[in-house]
Write a protein that binds this ligand. Structure first.
Ligand code: ADP
Ligand code: MG
Length: 292
């Protein structure tokens, strides 16, 4: 594993439907190994588009044009003969809305292992399912009902089940899009705890609209605005010593009062890419109750 296993090179993504929209504009950036990088920015700034382009998820959508490249351990993800499933095996994806497959809890985790044939025996499969359920702190909650339908779990448990399902095929990189925004605060907290525990072992890229979550979880922050990277830095420098005016404005400071992290900040009010409401919320807030 290289130090920066995933990089983009002048990556642009354009939706070519009725109205052409260049959602990601020539981004060149690296995601360091075994760190959690958050991609933040207002609604519509291209976060999900950038995230999906990292493992070619746009291929399942028509009318998307991609130029530039993504390099996985130095190898092109786009200009390659490697089949897409192999790339997706190395770069897992956890969507915003957690969905259990219509099979048992056990089979939800075993799914990818069965597809890729990544187990030697039933005992081996059992062990792997347990390992990944433990990794997402779900084992204690479900060990007595592994054969129950996955859909019976709570939304927060299903989100952790989705993370376990992604991890089971042993990716190096995990892409997470707003993975706590559909959850109640308690479930969101348990998913955050899981990510916190996983981040030293995996390269995690987490899209979030929550500044508070970025502060809590991130090692690195990438701030997107209108499809471009405004500023990318380690979490401490990003929040305590932002270099760009737009970043300062966005994180709501620093001013003598607001730079005090114990002070609850009000939402910044910069215009957003889609003219909608800025979804960023109090940078100093410690609860995740602002998620929507
Ligand atoms: P974010 O995740 O930051 O909210 P997105 O990546 O979803 O932003 O969207 C970036 C821009 O691309 C927006 O202007 C959005 O309207 C547009 N967009 C996203 N998905 C599609 C699509 N499937 N077809 C056309 N335009 C899209
Ligand atoms: Mg999005």
């Amino acid at each position: 594993m290289t130090q920066t296993p995933l990089t983009t090179e002048n990556l642009s993504v354009t939706y070519t439907g009725d109205r052409e929209i260049e959602a990601v504009k020539g981004i060149s950036i690296g995601f360091p190994a075994n760190r959690l990088t958050t991609i933040i920015g207002p609604s519509g700034c291209g976060k999900s588009t950038l995230l999906k382009s990292l493992n070619r998820l746009h291929e399942i959508q028509p009318n998307v044009k991609i130029t530039g490249d993504v390099l996985l351990s130095g190898n092109s993800v786009y200009n390659t003969d490697e089949p897409t499933p192999e790339i997706r095996k190395q770069i897992g994806y956890v969507p915003q809305t957690p969905t259990a497959l219509p099979v048992s809890i056990y089979e939800n985790v075993a799914y990818g292992l069965r597809i890729h044939g990544d187990y030697e025996s039933k005992t081996d499969l059992d062990e792997k399912v347990e390992t990944y359920l433990r990794k997402v702190n779900l084992w204690e909650e479900v060990q007595d009902r592994l054969n129950a339908p996955g859909a019976e779990l709570s939304t927060g448990q299903i989100q952790r089940l989705c993370v376990a399902r992604s991890l089971a095929v042993e990716p190096d990189i995990l892409l997470c899009d707003e993975v706590t925004s559909a959850l109640d605060p308690i479930s969101a907290e348990s998913v955050e705890e899981t990510l916190e525990e996983l981040k030293s072992e995996y390269t995690i890229i987490l899209v979030t609209h929550s500044m508070a979550q970025a502060r809590r979880l991130a090692d690195e922050v990438v701030f997107l605005y209108l499809g471009e990277v405004v500023e990318a830095n380690n979490v401490q420098s990003f929040f305590e010593n932002p270099q760009k005016e737009r970043t300062k404005h966005f994180i709501g400071g620093p001013t003598p009062v607001e730079s005090d992290s114990s002070t609850k900040l009000t939402a910044a009010t910069s215009p957003t890419a889609d003219g909608g409401e800025n979804m960023f919320t109090g940078a100093g807030e410690s609860s995740s109750s602002e998620e929507q």
